[in-house]
Write a protein that binds this ligand. Structure first.
Ligand SMILES: *Cc1c(COP(=O)(O)O)cnc(C)c1O
Length: 406
């Protein structure tokens, strides 16, 4: 039985000096838990108020900074300054979805621009680049960004506008060295963009590694509860932030006040959610690695995972998404049909464990030949590990694997 923490033996009670000095700069976990606290000067609300308003009454000659909620809204301001602080960037911007954030970001590109992109890219971003933006004369070149020499070789004699990085990629968990890619980009005045959805500022801070812009699908870990769609951008410098702010208000794909509030509410528990999910993912990856019927396991936390030294030089933990292949002879649909705890559903980063079949779900828009070439095989399964109890998760996954060979 738990009896509480042991107290020090009797002695003089100390009033000062127990906990050290009060720090000027709060720890990341403190900042996350207290997002929005102090925002409401008028009534002192601990939870940021939802300013469900389109417009603001004006007094002649007075400017409180709010005119029209496409341009700015106080609830959004609270969220945008919070994400900028967490990423240690100059400017945060909130959008109606991760793709809306990426859309507004793409307005930076001009006809004739060449953009280098991770080949094992989020399917929706790939679809947007290929089906929509490409026709405006922008070329996207997909490469394995874990191969920095390959990127350097490719860049020779060309003019690159941007490098768009995902690391770890999803589903194959390929690792890109952000510092080295930033250095390469700088040789051509190209900007570096990092989609940091899988890591969140708790595990990795791309701007501190030299990147210019961070992208988040807030739908995933930041929201954390599979109850909202949202996207965020953070820039390292204020000037680029201002340019992107212009695109945000001009194109208008903003996050609404209620979703801003809901996202702030979700973000407050990010530290504990992610810690638990990550602990579960480490245990499941290790278990799968030893399991019969399972081929390759992709998880940055496994010792032999390619690039895991690079990953841990730029990130604090392995994250909580993993993929694995079922061995030849498995009947894949049985895996998804047999699960009772893990839910087959697209998306990742929520408290509930979810599984997808990348070949037919998240990556269905990538042409088959290209998909197979990069390693997203037909029997690849991805799991976004949630915060449930391992005693339910592991037997459920085991049982579903067994069913594939039955
Ligand atoms: C989900 C996701 C996106 C797109 O975000 P939405 O909120 O679904 O629009 C972009 N990048 C990554 C890595 C994602 O997982």
């Amino acid at each position: 039985m738990w009896r509480g923490r042991e107290c020090p033996p009797d002695g003089p009670r100390i009033l000062h000096g127990i906990g050290g000095e009060v720090k000027k700069e709060k720890a990341l976990h403190t900042k996350i838990a207290q997002i929005g606290v102090g925002f409401d000067h008028r009534f002192g609300a601990i939870s940021v108020p939802i300013y469900q308003t389109a417009i603001y009454k004006k007094k002649f000659g007075e400017n409180l900074g709010y005119d029209y909620s496409r341009s700015e809204n106080p609830t959004r301001t609270a969220l945008e300054s919070a994400i900028a602080e967490l990423e240690e960037g100059a400017r945060g911007l909130a959008f109606s979805s991760g793709m809306a954030a990426i859309t507004s970001l793409s307005f930076l590109f001009e006809p004739g621009d060449l953009v280098i992109v991770s080949d094992d890219l989020y399917g929706g971003t790939y679809r947007f680049f290929q089906e929509i933006i490409r026709k405006y004369g922008i070329t996207f070149h997909y490469m394995d960004l874990s191969d920095v020499e390959g990127v350097e070789e490719f860049m020779k004699g060309k003019k690159v506008r941007a490098i768009f990085i995902e690391t770890p990629t999803n589903p194959l968990m390929k690792i890109a060295d952000i510092r080295r890619l930033v250095a390469l980009a700088k040789t051509q005045d190209a900007i570096t963009i990092v989609d940091s959805t899988l890591t969140t500022p708790l595990l990795m801070k791309p701007l501190q590694l030299g990147a210019d812009v961070v992208v988040h699908s807030a739908t995933k870990y930041l929201g954390g509860h599979n109850d909202l769609i949202g996207g965020l951008l953070v820039t390292a410098d204020a000037e680029l932030g201002e340019r992107l702010y212009f695109k945000q208000k001009a194109a208008g794909a903003i996050m609404g006040p209620f979703d801003c509030w809901l996202l702030i509410r979700g973000m407050k528990t990010l530290a504990v959610r992610l810690a638990k999910a990550q602990e579960n993912a480490e245990a499941i990856a290790a278990h799968l690695y030893r399991s019969g019927g399972v081929g390759k396991v992709y998880f940055p936390g496994l010792p032999g995972h390619p690039g895991n030294d690079v990953h841990f030089s730029q990130a604090e933990g392995p994250g909580a998404v993993l993929s694995f292949e079922l061995q030849e002879g498995s009947i894949l649909p049985h895996f998804f049909d047999s699960l009772k705890v893990v839910n087959p559903a697209e998306s990742l980063g929520g408290v509930e464990s979810l599984t997808t079949h990348p070949a037919t779900m998240t990556h269905a828009d990538i042409p088959e030949g290209e998909r197979l070439r990069i390693g997203i095989t037909d029997n690849l399964v991805r799991i976004s590990v949630g915060i449930e109890d391992l005693s339910d998760l592991i037997p459920d996954i085991d049982n579903a694997i067994r069913a594939c060979f039955g």
